[in-house]
Ligand binder design. Structure first.
Ligand SMILES: [Zn+2]
Length: 274
């Protein structure tokens, strides 16, 4: 599932390619990916619109339209946005759910194998339910060590589960939660409230360091993630623990552990992380 670094990579590339351009036509091949908005209204709202701005919030992509309104895309598990020039007809596949034909002979396909993704059109971002309750952005000024200390103090759940809670921090999923905790040398099962001030500082720094580096390497393609140009991310080579069960820890050589936490595979080194 695309997490913050992957969605940020898509957002930056998309912004570079489409801002100032126009959506000439919208083809809906499978209306199941459009949520909370009638298909006809979706098409009508977007057709002919100029694109003013593209931004990311958590694991979602927002597109602000020139006149009014927004297109919001949540890729969820297997959603992909693929951009190109020329005819979309040559690249449309069975899993292409929506095609945006853009000005100047360009296209943007929304592909989604498993149909968990969601696209919606709204006049106001407050109409998007998940945005109303979404947590802090890890790169925002509000995300400070004192905020983290304050917000973990009374939470007894495992720190990994808290990191993945989108109402707490936005954009961290299963892969980066494991990577961040390895970087901070914290055991994923540690109750959030048990973290010392020193550990909070390490965690805060690890959140930003890991996400920043993953953005620099254009994300991780563990499963179906592809960028706007259908390329895989390069962060795979920098992954420390995720998906490396039974392989040696890069830091100490001990075997990486895999456990299930809140139903999700969790990887850590029991010597390096306490
Ligand atoms: Zn280790």
């Amino acid at each position: 599932m695309p997490e913050l670094p992957e969605v940020e990579t898509i957002t930056r590339d998309l912004s570079r390619q489409v801002v100032g351009g126009r959506i000439a036509r919208v083809y809906v091949w499978d209306r199941r990916v459009i949520r909370n908005c009638p298909t006809e209204q979706f098409i009508r709202t977007l057709t002919g619109q100029a694109i003013a701005h593209v931004f990311r919030r958590g694991k979602a992509i927002g597109v602000r339209l020139e006149s009014k309104g927004f297109l919001v895309i949540q890729p969820m598990m297997t959603g992909q946005l693929l951009y190109g020039t020329g005819s979309w007809r040559n690249v449309r596949t069975q899993v292409t759910r929506i095609t945006f034909e853009l000005s100047n002979n360009r296209y943007l396909n929304y592909n989604d194998q498993r149909l968990f993704g969601r696209l919606t059109c709204v006049e106001d971002l407050n109409q998007v339910a998940f945005l109303k309750s979404i947590g802090l952005e890890p790169f925002s000024r509000q995300f400070t060590t004192s905020w983290l200390e304050e917000r973990t103090r009374k939470r007894d759940l495992p720190i990994k589960n808290l990191l993945m809670n989108q109402h707490f921090l936005a954009g961290i999923g299963n892969i980066y939660a494991s990577e961040i905790l390895f970087c901070a040398r914290l055991h994923p099962k540690r109750p959030a409230s048990s973290l010392s001030s020193r550990e909070i500082k390490l965690l805060h720094a690890a959140v930003r360091r890991v996400l920043k580096e993953a953005i620099r390497f254009r994300g991780t393609s563990m499963n179906t993630y592809r960028d706007l140009y259908n390329q895989t991310g390069n962060f795979m080579k920098r992954i420390q623990v995720y998906g490396r069960g039974d392989e040696p820890c890069f830091r100490c050589g001990m075997r990486i552990n895999r456990i299930i936490l809140a139903g999700r595979s969790t990887y850590f080194c029991q010597r390096c992380q306490t």
